[in-house]
Design a protein. Sequence first.
Length: 376
Amino acid sequence: MATPKKPKSSKPKSSKPKSSKTSNQKEQKKSAMSVFGPAYIVALIFAVILIAVLVFYLFPEFKEWIKSKRTTEGVTGQGPKPTGEQIPDCLPVYFYDSTSQYLVPVHMPLRDDAMFTDVKARRIVERLIGGPPNDALQGVMPKGTRINGVSFDMDMVTVDLSEDLVSYGGGSALEQGIVDSLLYSLTELKDVKQVQIKIGGKKRDYLPEGTPIDQPLERDKGPNSNRSMPEGQPSGYIYFLERSGQFLVPVLMSWEGNENDAMAKLTVLYSPPPEPMSDSLVSPAPEGMRILKCEIKDGKLTLVLDHDNFANVFKEFNARDFLEATYLTLDDLESFRDKDITVGTGQEAVELWKYSAFEKLEKMQIPPTCFNVVKE
């Protein structure tokens, strides 16, 4: 007969005492964790931030690279966003006309009208360096000029350009054109009142021909305002066309009559420019245009025009240029948003918008925020 197996003993296992080696390892682990505790982490974060700040301010080109990378992602640089009812939707850049006598504002449509001021300022400088959109205008910045940095603080833009800026070969007129194009282009931005020019990261007292740039520059009267005005006559901007007929040019001029005489001012605009201006500029109005009435009252423009062949004359003249020049020239006197423009009087009076050349222009903005528009 088989002998039954004995059941396994349920006697508990004896617990051996822990070795001192295992205990020491745990103590060392606890000690290491205390070293890499909260204080260490805080110190590490502080060190990383300090290094980042030092790199950001010791290497301006890195700072500008960061800005250029984030502007297209909806994250913008420093400076306040534009405020007010009308947000500018174009960037203005001033080039010379073909005779290098007059600065011409060219407007570039913005892809993002919520860009910060320093980003807009950099775009303007980039376009100035890139040159004009076509052969009707002349560039002002020396070839090879590079941007070291563009910043905005309070109401001032600081532009730091490479040494190539002074490689234009001389000439006081050209030198003044460089300064004026930067000043007038950048101060078209509503938040900018001053422009500081640096070369190679440093301020300079003068440019080679003696133009001072040691202090921030501010607008005086505006572009194309160096003509002497007759004493006792009012003056303001008249918007002529440059010779090719593609771009409007604001020129400070005087007129006979009182300072609010809209008809007197339009008479200057619709007449051929006097010599020597006529070598560079032309009127946007066809020869023979007559002004029968011009009045601005309670925010409304009432303008009555006449011409022997009005129905056909704008086949050769640009109707948009004509209207834009009219609105911009009169806006110096008094702002208006409503208009009543007719051709002829009495029973023969016809609304301007009935003519085919003007029928799509009735809703034109007053004054035009963007004119002389070119696409980037």
